[in-house]
Design a protein around this ligand. Structure first.
Ligand code: HEC
Length: 117
């Protein structure tokens, strides 16, 4: 049910404009990404090493309409996903990450700088 509602939101959002994270700091977000090792599973622009392949590349994530192909790519949903992906998608291969709310906001702010270029 939650997923279905999220998808309705995604269909309504056709703007693909950059999304802003209130209080999120992209440069702190990159530091968090390196500290907790998101690169172990993802190829992330700005992260030289590692470049894992488990979770797929995050280049262009800012202009993708959905998170993991299922949830509207909106700030609050992304912050929840980054902290605790299994709470949205229990079968997800993305684990709960040991980051606090403010760190997740910073990471989300960084991910929203990743356009297609
Ligand atoms: C143990 C491996 C692993 C780690 C560590 C990990 N992820 Fe993931 N991540 C995944 C997998 C697998 C998916 C795909 C999940 C799905 O489709 O259900 C995913 C999906 C995602 C997505 C959605 C991507 C898309 O194409 O829509 C984002 C964004 C993301 N991860 C960011 C992060 C960030 C940021 C970190 C660090 C805080 C991180 N991940 C750590 C495995 C991981």
């Amino acid at each position: 049910m939650i997923a279905a509602l999220s998808l309705v939101g995604a269909c309504a959002d056709k703007t693909n404009t950059p999304r802003l994270i209130a209080g999120g700091d992209p440069s702190r977000g990159l530091a968090v990404i390196e500290e907790v090792g998101c690169g172990a599973c993802h190829d992330i622009p700005g992260v030289g090493w590692p470049r894992g392949t488990v979770g797929g590349p995050l280049k262009g994530f800012a202009v993708r309409p959905l998170i993991a192909g299922r949830f509207a790519n909106q700030p609050d949903t992304l912050v929840t996903w980054l902290k605790d992906a299994p709470s949205l998608s229990p079968a997800s291969g993305m684990p709960t990450m040991p980051i606090a709310e403010d760190q997740a906001r910073d990471v989300a702010a960084y991910l929203y700088t990743l356009d297609d270029h």
